[in-house]
Design a protein around this ligand. Structure first.
Ligand SMILES: Nc1ncnc2c1ncn2[C@@H]1O[C@H](COP(=O)(O)OP(=O)(O)O)[C@@H](O)[C@H]1O
Ligand SMILES: [Mg+2]
Length: 260
């Protein structure tokens, strides 16, 4: 048996001091989850069900109150270099160009100027932004800014990609374009594990191998569904595929009870 990329075992996260006289919030309740290396998993669930909290635990930013959180078989003790985390509101630095934004994490890691430049231009061109390397964020559309943020997250070449509602602020048309680019980027990088949090079920089914539905707070896993759609995926065509609609409908029935 190979070691999973991610393993949560009986994980609970309780915010507060644990003193029953004070207010404690159980954000994640006795949750177990295993994700093999190279899988693309989407997590959906109502607002406040603990999705961001799970990503924060995996990123080593907070520790579980109970249970264990492992990466490649090792207990997560703190932030790690092999994780790329794109926060729900990760803004670009306005005074850095697109290319300089992408290079941020590489500078911190002490990569030479030449290497940084090569890596960032490669990623920008994979996201069809080669002509905009020297543009400042204010000169880019929202969709382009999101693509730069993706490039910045992936520049360090992480094994595990954590993305928290990365496309939530984009209009429908732009979102479709950015989704297509993101999925081709992942499909051309075998072995990268993705945990993608979204409130958009359609997006989850279009992109992921597996969709996890969480219950309303306290968050637990309600259902775990494999998406039986082969790759490479053409996201703008897939919406009309009967297997896609069927899968989305099946998961929707699980999700809708949690949304009220
Ligand atoms: N630092 C914190 N202190 C207290 N409660 C928190 C804190 N962070 C999150 N919570 C609470 O934990 C629950 C889960 O939050 P979160 O993981 O952000 O949910 P989601 O990302 O699914 O919307 C929410 O009820 C939220 O209010
Ligand atoms: Mg959240």
């Amino acid at each position: 048996m190979t070691t999973p990329s991610v393993e949560l075992k009986n994980v609970s996260l309780i915010f507060g001091d644990g003193d029953p006289r004070n207010e404690n919030v159980t954000a994640v309740d006795n949750t177990s989850l295993e994700i093999p290396t190279g899988q693309f998993v989407a997590i959906v669930g109502p607002s406040g069900c603990g999705k961001t909290t799970i990503l924060n635990m995996l990123a080593g930013l907070i520790k579980p109150t109970l249970g264990s959180v492992k990466r490649n078989g090792q207990e997560v003790e703190g932030p790690s270099r092999d994780i790329g985390y794109m926060l729900a509101r990760s803004a670009l630095s306005p005074w850095r160009t697109a290319k300089q934004n992408v290079e941020l994490g590489l500078e911190i890691r002490g990569m030479t100027k030449q290497e940084r430049s090569k890596k960032s231009l490669e990623l920008l061109s994979q996201l069809r932004l080669e002509g905009f390397a020297d543009s400042y964020p204010s000169m880019l559309s929202q969709g382009m800014q999101q693509r730069v943020a993706i490039a910045r997250t992936l520049a360090i070449d992480p094994d595990l990609w954590l993305l928290d509602e990365p496309f939530g602020a984009l209009d429908a048309q732009t979102r479709l374009t950015v989704q297509s680019e993101f999925i081709s980027l992942w499909e051309s990088n075998p072995g990268k594990t993705v945990i993608f949090v979204t409130h958009d079920l359609e997006e989850a089914v279009l992109l992921a191998d597996r969709v996890i539905v969480m219950t309303a707070r306290p968050g637990k896993i309600k259902s775990d569904t494999t998406v039986p759609i082969p790759r490479p995926r053409i996201v703008d065509e897939l919406k009309f595929d009967p297997v896609f609609t069927e899968t989305e409908h099946k998961i929707w029935k699980e999700l809708r009870d949690e949304l009220v």
